[in-house]
Design a protein around this ligand. Structure first.
Ligand code: SAM
Ligand code: SF4
Ligand code: SF4
Length: 368
């Protein structure tokens, strides 16, 4: 089956054909590239900066990432033109979704210009951005008018003190609320709110988060705390599982399971039975979804990664800056995906038991 690229989101549901090798044809039909485990390359996450104005302890603990830390030198960042060139290549290979992330993507100057450039790519169906929300009030209107389709705001607590702890003492909760309000005014009417629930930190605030967003059009999603990077001191005992979160919410706000929006959706969806909205649970630790993982990741300095927990990336910037032909860097991307065997979350327990956990790329360098 060849899959036609079109400009609406429903196309995402129709595109996934895991059985066929990638093909491009003269009439613009694309069949995605397949990796070693028959997963299609459908999505790209682009980190536009490794810098951040928060210091969330699960991502960028302030003890390890002080001012003296060597972030990527600015001249090593991919330019917007370079990012757009790569994005066009990815879309030509069947990618339909792009998400901008970081670090904090709103720290990258003129980010809306990049959004405008990416929106011009024929065949890209969905352009989204994940932010900590601290600078959203200032940027919401320009993000919308540049053509951003969807927004995710990370917010772990609605208690000012817990929020302070979970942003490493760096964030102000009022800024996030103002940001969400400005985003609503700008026309982002269904924002995803991502919250990490970590034992010992914010479990008592889960119901307050639910109360805050229930009945709005926004979708609150709880993400299990992951062993991302090498510095967050992750211990399995501190993971609050999706099952525990579900049980807790269900006791006060009864829920029922919803079908996924499209095959391979990573969040499990639940609707409040009173009809006042839905929540999502992302269970990367207790129910890994590697078998459905269709994303490649591009770091701010132009390295491509097949997995959030990868050790090494492919330096595609080098090829770009050496003026390699388009065919050369496209075939580098194709080969990277075709050789892909990554499935860290499925192997986590085994690797930990054998003491073979690799040195991983840090989460803020690659985007969540
Ligand atoms: N700075 C932006 C933000 O926080 O939304 C974008 C980048 S951040 C790395 C992307 C997402 O990764 C956030 O939603 C964050 O909560 C999530 N994240 C970071 N470290 C994590 C961890 N150890 N476990 C689970 N999610 C994590
Ligand atoms: Fe920054 Fe996002 Fe990481 Fe928090 S999760 S430190 S906001 S990059
Ligand atoms: Fe994808 Fe790697 Fe996460 Fe598995 S562990 S879902 S392969 S990013």
């Amino acid at each position: 089956m060849l899959v036609k690229t079109d400009n609406n989101l429903s196309g995402l549901k129709r595109r996934i054909d895991l059985s066929q090798p990638q093909q491009n044809t003269a009439d613009g039909t694309v069949s995605p590239i397949i990796d070693k485990f028959h997963r299609s390359l459908l999505a790209l996450r682009i980190s536009v900066t490794d810098r951040c104005n928060h210091r969330c302890p699960y991502c960028m603990p302030k003890e390890s990432f002080s001012k003296s830390y060597s972030f990527i030198p600015y001249e090593e960042y991919l330019s917007f033109e370079e990012i757009a060139t790569l994005a066009r290549a990815f879309v030509s290979l069947g990618v339909v979704k792009i998400r901008l992330t970081g670090g904090e993507p709103l720290l990258r100057p003129r980010i809306s210009e990049l959004i405008r450039m990416l929106k011009e790519i024929d065949g890209l169906e969905d352009l989204a951005l994940t932010t900590n929300g601290s600078l959203l009030a200032k940027h919401a209107a320009e993000l919308k008018s540049a053509g951003l389709n969807r927004l995710t705001v990370s917010l772990d607590s609605v208690d000012p003190n817990i929020f302070k702890t979970m942003s490493g003492g760096a964030g102000d909760l009022n800024d996030i609320f103002t940001g969400i309000t400005e985003a609503e005014k700008a026309g982002f009417n269904q924002i995803k709110i991502n919250a990490i629930a970590q034992k010992g930190l914010n479990p008592d605030d889960i119901l307050n988060l639910v109360r805050q967003f229930k009945g709005t059009n926004h979708i609150l999603r709880f993400i299990e705390y992951m062993d991302a990077g090498n510095c967050n001191g992750w211990r399995k005992e501190n993971v609050l599982s999706s099952e525990e979160i579900l049980k807790l919410i269900n006791q006060t706000f009864p829920l029922k399971r919803l079908n996924p929006n499209y095959p391979g959706e990573v969040a499990r969806r639940y609707q409040f039975i009173d009809g006042n909205g839905e929540i999502g649970l992302i269970s990367s630790i207790t129910q890994p979804f590697c078998q459905d993982c269709t994303r490649m990741r591009l770091s701010a300095d132009g390295k491509l990664y097949n997995c959030l927990f990868a050790e090494n990336g492919l330096d595609i910037k080098k090829a770009l800056r050496q003026n390699s032909s388009k065919e050369d860097f496209i075939s580098a991307i194709v080969n990277l995906w075709k050789d892909r065997e990554d499935r860290y979350s499925q192997l986590r327990n085994e690797l930990q038991a054998l003491n073979k956990v690799p040195q991983k790329i840090e989460m803020f360098a690659i985007g969540g």
